[in-house]
Structure formats: structure tokens, C-alpha cells
Design a protein around this ligand. Structure first.
Ligand code: NAP
Length: 258
């Protein structure tokens, strides 16, 4: 049966797309990885995943609780290197459970370390990426090594989850207005076009049918070189998802330049 999702206007639509799942942070112990992949397949009703990603280079304490905490509410981490877990993700490919494997939130040093031992290289690195955190250096680093960069929160995460509800946010940035008028496009379309045109792959999230359609209508125009440069200078290294609860872990990825 094809799963369905409810949209904000109350209507439903079938979920059609790639089978992508992430290895969760509590499942980094090598003996857990293949089982976690099988469990995802069972939940999705699929025989294989198109892409299996390691969500985060930092391991949380093993167990059923996705965010395990101590009595004081502190997140419990585990002293686990991500390489043994990555090797088991390679095993998922060999077993036919996943067509491709990838990473998320890995910095350049961590990615290089994975590439130095990988027998099945990661096809992508999914990172927070939008004009306020454009990841140009990491994107160039990845491109040279044949690793695609997919961008989460490409619209600047204009949702209450990121705690910026009520502020103009990226899509309300006044500097986008002249570009919207020039190209007759919405702020979201300008931002998504920018990310695509420089070779990255934005993953906008929407529950609104009109937004979903709007977000696909970005392949009928080109931003000029000058406008691309103007968008480059939006960068302020601003993270909506710094995951600071993991900042003291030795695998925390955001303590280096890129
Ligand atoms: N791998 C990771 O570590 C990680 C971390 C965080 C997030 N993610 C993933 O990244 C994806 C996106 O995350 P996100 O929600 O933070 O960011 P986002 O895609 O930048 O923003 C989503 C928000 O933008 C709105 N929106 C979408 N299209 C729009 C349009 N054309 N005009 C105006 N508003 C529009 C949506 O509202 P409507 O529904 O009303 O359209 C929604 O509130 C999610 O699937 C999330 O699971 C991954």
C-alpha cells in the first residue's frame, strides 16, 4: 500500500519518492546497524532503500530512547567512532538492503576520514545549507571528491521548530525583493534556484500543495553571475540547527572551519 500524507488544507496525497532513511544516533554500535536498516525497511514496507544516511557523526547512548537523557536532563552520548558504523552501512549495500549510502552533518575532516577507508564511498553529505549558511567551501570540497551536497533547511527553516517564528527570517529578507521582481519569482524560488545553480541539492519541506508546486518551478530561469554573487554575501555562518547539546563530544562536527 502506498502511504499517504495529509496536507495543511486537509487533503491527502500519496507519498511518492525515493526510499531514504537515516541511521539514528543511538544505533552506531556495529551490531545494531544492519538491524536498524532492516527495521526501517519493515516500517516503510520496502525491500531496499535507495539511500541510507548516517544522520550525525556523534553517537548517543544505545537503547530505545531516541534522545537518551540522565536524571538532570542531559543528553547521553556514547564513546563510539563513526567508522565501524559506516563499515556496517557498507554491509547494508552488500546485503542488498540499500542501493547507496551517505552521510549527514559531517565536516570536511570527518568526510575525508570516511573516504580514506571506504570501500563503498558515501554518495552525499546532507548538511544545513541556505544563503545564511551557504557552505560554499564544504560544497567545493565535496564536489572535488564526487560527494553530492544535499541541503536541509534550504529555506532557512521558517518554522516554529527552529524557534524563529514571527521573525521575517530568510524568506522575508528585504534583499531578496529586487531579485523576486527581476525574475518574477518568489523568495523561496530565488533561494532554491541559487542552491541548485551552484551545484547543490536543496530538500525543501512543505505540507502545502501550492508551496510544493512553487518549489519545483525553478528550472525555467538562470540567476545572473552578479546576482549569484549578491546571494553569496548573505552568508553569516548562521546555523538554525547547531545541535549544541553534543558540542562537548569529540565527534561534534561544527567546531572546525568547514
Ligand atoms: N539531517 C539533519 O540533521 C536534519 C536536521 C534538520 C532538518 N532536517 C530535514 O530537513 C528538511 C527541511 O527542514 P526545515 O523544516 O528545517 O526547513 P525548510 O525546508 O527550510 O523549511 C520548511 C518550512 O518552509 C515552509 N515552506 C516550504 N515551501 C515554502 C514556500 N514556497 N514559501 C514559503 N514557505 C515555504 C514550510 O511551510 P509549509 O508546510 O506551509 O509549506 C515549512 O514551514 C526536513 O525534512 C527535515 O527533516 C534534517
Amino acid at each position: 500500500m502506498i502511504p499517504r500524507v495529509q496536507l495543511s488544507d486537509g487533503s491527502e496525497m500519496p507519498v511518492i519518492g525515493l526510499g531514504i532513511r537515516e541511521l539514528w544516533n543511538t544505533c552506531h554500535r556495529p551490531e545494531r546497524v544492519v538491524a536498524a536498516c532492516r527495521s526501517s525497511l519493515q516500517n516503510l514496507g520496502l525491500d531496499y532503500l535507495d539511500l541510507y544516511l548516517m544522520h550525525w557523526p556523534v553517537a548517543f547512548q544505545d537503547g530505545d530512547e531516541p534522545f537518551p537523557r540522565d536524571a538532570d536532563g542531559r543528553l547521553l552520548h556514547e564513546d563510539a567512532d563513526y567508522l565501524p558504523a559506516y563499515r556496517e552501512m557498507e554491509q547494508c549495500v552488500r546485503l542488498g538492503l540499500a542501493r547507496s549510502i551517505g552521510l549527514a552533518n559531517f565536516n570536511s575532516e570527518q568526510l575525508a576520514r570516511v573516504l580514506s577507508v571506504a570501500t563503498i564511498p558515501p554518495v552525499n553529505n546532507q548538511v544545513e545549507c541556505h544563503p545564511y549558511l551557504n557552505q560554499l567551501t564544504l560544497a567545493k570540497f565535496c564536489a572535488k571528491r564526487g560527494v553530492a551536497v544535499t541541503c536541509f533547511s534550504p529555506l532557512g527553516a521558517p518554522s516554529p521548530v527552529a524557534g524563529i517564528s514571527g521573525t521575517p527570517g530568510l524568506l522575508g529578507d528585504a534583499r531578496l525583493r529586487p531579485l523576486c521582481a527581476k525574475y518574477r519569482k518568489t523568495p523561496a524560488q530565488i533561494v532554491l534556484r541559487y542552491l541548485v545553480q551552484r551545484g547543490t541539492y536543496p530538500l525543501p519541506k512543505s505540507q502545502d500543495k501550492d508551496h510544493m508546486i512553487e518549489n519545483t518551478q525553478i528550472f525555467d530561469f538562470d540567476l545572473s553571475t552578479g546576482d549569484m554573487h549578491d546571494l553569496d554575501v548573505f552568508d553569516s555562518r548562521m546555523r538554525f540547527y547547531p545541535f549544541i547539546e553534543s558540542k562537548d563530544d569529540y565527534n561534534y562536527p561544527f567546531g572546525v572551519d568547514f
